[in-house]
Write a protein that binds this ligand. Structure first.
Ligand SMILES: Nc1ncnc2c1ncn2[C@@H]1O[C@H](COP(=O)(O)OP(=O)(O)OP(=O)(O)O)[C@@H](O)[C@H]1O
Ligand SMILES: [Mg+2]
Length: 159
């Protein structure tokens, strides 16, 4: 099942992320696709809030990887500037997929190993209005279907 939502502004993107963050469990992986400035990091800020993480989540573009500790640990990784497998290993990407950790990846398409089977896929596209984003969410993993429905219910009730 593929779900779509129109997100009308940065605050709504935070709310969408928060709705997912409330429900995510250790071991969950989020694959965030979409062009530069689409709102992937904005979504992760909401995710952190939903996970109970205090403080600011910045774009990891220049640091590549940042851990935040809340209800579970959130690893937020931007693969945009990783040039190959060697660098992946340098930052210990494989170890970040752990049972007590939520992994949020920006630009997963840059590394084929993070294919559609890896987790919850979220694709953000620009909408007609400059503040609107068209978000498409899906997962091949049956256990994620319920989570996606519940998160979208939570988001829907807030809007
Ligand atoms: N509906 C919206 N949802 C998300 N962000 C929005 C929306 N409308 C406007 N914005 C703005 O768009 C920008 C999104 O930036 P963000 O850093 O989240 O993008 P990104 O997808 O992570 O880009 P990059 O690939 O460069 O990391 C923010 O400045 C945010 O305020
Ligand atoms: Mg970003």
């Amino acid at each position: 099942m593929v779900s779509h939502r129109t997100v009308r502004g940065p605050d709504e993107m935070l709310a969408l992320g928060e709705a997912f963050g409330r429900l995510l469990r250790g071991g969950d992986v989020l694959l965030l696709s979409g062009p530069l400035g689409a709102g992937k990091t904005q979504f992760v800020k909401g995710l952190a809030r939903g996970l109970g993480i205090q403080g600011i989540v910045n774009s990891p573009t220049f640091t590549l990887m940042k851990p935040y500790t809340g209800r579970v640990t959130l690893h937020h990784v931007d693969l945009y500037r990783l040039s190959g497998e060697a660098e992946c290993q340098e930052i210990g990407l494989d170890d970040l997929m752990a049972p007590d950790t939520v992994l949020a990846l920006e630009w997963p398409e840059r590394f084929p190993r993070f294919g559609a089977e890896s987790g919850i896929q979220l694709d953000i596209a620009f909408g007609d209005d400059p503040a609107h984003r068209e978000v498409t969410i899906w997962s091949q993993l049956p256990r994620n279907q319920t989570l996606i429905s519940q998160a979208l219910d939570g988001f829907g009730q807030a809007h």
